[in-house]
Design a protein around this ligand. Structure first.
Ligand code: ATP
Ligand code: MG
Length: 283
C-alpha cells in the first residue's frame, strides 16, 4: 500500500538532511504509530507520504514514495488526496472554512462525493466524533481541542484509504484522546482504512497501534510490531521515549524471579499475565 525506498530529503535553502535514507513498508489495513523526539522528522515524513513533499515543500529529494500504486513524485497533490487524507499538526493551517459544517462540506463537495450522500456523511462524521452541537459554530471561536475534532471529522467524512494524523490529540484531554483512537481502530477494522499516526502518548500507541516507527535525527531507529519495538525499552529511554510502566513492569518482576518478563501492552494483557502467574504459583 505504501512503500518508501531510500528517501533522503532536505528543505530548499537548508543543507541539513531532515530525512536520511528512510525505507518503510506499510501494508493495506496497517495501523502505524510514529514516535520520536521533537525535530526527528516525523512531520516531514508525513509530508513525504501525502505528497506535500515534493509538490508543496521543495528541496533536495532522493528515493521513492509509492502510495496506493502512485509514485508521489509523478502524480499531482489532487490525485493523491483521493487516496490519502491528512490531519496536520498545525490545525489552524488545515481549516479552509469559517463554519464547522462548511469545513466538512468543502471536502465532500470537492472530492466528488454524490450530492445526495453528503448530508448523511456530514451527520455521521459529526456524530462519530461527538461534535454535533458544534455544527453551526464559527471555527475561529473554538478551542484547540474542538478544532482538532472538526479537522478529524472533516477528513473521516471523506473515508480516505489512508489516513495520516500528525499529533491529533495534542490539544485533547485524555478521555477525548482515547475516544479518537477508538474511532481510528474502528475505521481501521471496519473499512480497512490504513492509519498512520504521529503520537507522543505512547500508552495510546501501545493500546491501539499494530506497528511502531521510532524516528530520531532523520532516521528510523526501530520499526516493527509494537511489542518487538518495545523490547528496546532501555534504548528508547535514552532517546527520550519513556515506555509505559506497564511495559517495564513484567521485566522488573522477571528480575525478581517472577515470570518470563513477557511484555504487556495494556491493562487487559497485564491482567491475564498476572492471572497466569497466579495459576502457576498455585500448582
Ligand atoms: N518548512 C520547513 N523548512 C525548513 N526546515 C524545516 C521545515 N519544517 C521542518 N523543518 C526542519 O526539519 C527538521 C524536522 O522537523 P519536523 O517538523 O519534521 O520534526 P518533528 O519530528 O515533526 O518535530 P515535532 O515533534 O516538534 O513536531 C527540523 O530540524 C525542522 O527545523
Ligand atoms: Mg511534527
Amino acid at each position: 500500500m505504501i512503500s518508501v525506498k531510500e528517501l533522503t530529503f532536505s528543505y530548499e535553502g537548508y543543507e541539513k538532511k531532515v530525512l536520511k535514507d528512510i525505507s518503510l513498508e506499510i501494508p493495506e489495513g496497517g495501523f502505524v504509530g510514529i514516535i520520536g523526539p521533537s525535530g526527528a522528522g516525523k512531520s516531514t515524513l508525513t509530508y513525504a507520504l501525502n505528497g506535500t513533499i515534493p509538490h508543496h515543500y521543495k528541496g533536495e529529494y532522493y528515493g521513492h514514495v509509492v502510495v496506493d500504486g502512485k509514485d508521489t513524485f509523478d502524480v499531482s497533490l489532487t490525485d493523491l488526496a483521493v487516496s490519502v487524507g491528512t490531519v496536520l499538526q498545525d490545525i489552524d493551517s488545515q481549516m479552509v472554512a469559517s463554519i464547522v459544517e462548511d469545513e466538512l462540506l468543502y471536502g465532500l463537495e470537492n472530492f466528488g462525493v454524490p450530492k445526495e450522500e453528503i448530508p448523511a456523511r456530514v451527520e455521521e462524521a459529526l456524530k462519530l466524533i461527538g461534535i454535533r452541537d458544534l455544527k453551526d459554530r464559527k471555527i475561529a471561536g473554538l478551542s484547540g481541542g474542538q478544532k482538532q475534532k472538526v479537522a478529524i471529522a472533516a477528513i473521516l467524512a471523506l473515508r480516505p484509504k489512508v489516513l495520516i494524523l500528525d499529533e491529533p490529540t495534542g490539544e485533547l484531554d485524555p478521555q477525548s484522546s482515547y475516544q479518537i483512537f477508538k474511532l481510528l481502530r474502528r475505521f481501521n477494522r471496519e473499512y480497512g482504512m490504513t492509519i498512520i499516526v504521529v503520537e507522543q502518548k505512547i500508552m495510546l500507541l501501545c493500546e491501539f497501534a499494530k506497528e511502531l516507527v521510532v524516528m530520531e535525527k532523520g532516521t528510523i531507529r526501530y520499526q516493527g510490531p509494537v511489542r518487538t519495538v518495545l523490547e528496546h525499552a532501555q534504548e528508547l529511554e535514552e532517546i527520550g521515549i519513556n515506555c509505559p510502566r506497564i511495559v517495564t513492569l513484567s521485566d522488573a518482576l522477571a528480575e525478581e524471579g517472577i515470570g518470563s518478563g513477557r511484555i504487556c501492552l495494556n491493562m487487559d494483557e497485564m491482567e491475564s499475565y498476572i492471572q497466569e502467574l497466579r495459576n502457576e504459583a498455585a500448582l
